[in-house]
Design a protein around this ligand. Structure first.
Ligand code: HEC
Length: 107
């Protein structure tokens, strides 16, 4: 009985993480709005905007979720994530994580 409950719980956990798995291609489509500040590949040359290309996917998703729930406060980014669903944010995180990071893109 306990075993069965654990299997069900594990399946539920796996299910929820699969539901949030980011899709790189869809993230790219959704990134048009972000490119103005962060650059097309997430490596904006402007120092005012953090480079997010090549950053860890879970860090990016966590950041976006935090702007959305208000635990990370920034007026600019709060406005950006306002209309995004969790799936949108997961897709965006997957896309930027798949790009080169600053050390590679500067070469
Ligand atoms: C108007 C300019 C602007 C736009 C458009 C914009 N951002 Fe940002 N973004 C910023 C600024 C400024 C920060 C730094 C905020 C802070 O200090 O927390 C930031 C921070 C971030 C961070 C956290 C980076 C880190 O290193 O912690 C992520 C992730 C991010 N943006 C993703 C996005 C995504 C995805 C989009 C498109 C939906 C987007 N941004 C659109 C200006 C912008």
């Amino acid at each position: 009985m306990i075993k069965k409950t654990m299997v069900v719980a594990a399946a539920a956990l796996l299910g929820s993480s699969f539901a949030l798995a980011g899709d790189v291609a869809r993230g790219k489509e959704k990134s048009a709005a972000c490119a103005a500040c962060h650059g097309a590949d997430g490596n904006s040359p402007a120092p005012a905007f953090p480079r997010i290309g090549g950053q860890h996917e879970d860090y990016l998703l966590q950041s976006l979720l935090s702007y959305k729930n208000g635990s990370r406060k920034n007026a600019i980014m709060a406005a950006q994530v306002g209309a995004l669903s969790k799936q949108d944010m997961a897709d965006l995180a997957a896309y930027y994580a798949s790009q080169d990071g600053p050390l590679v893109s500067r070469r």
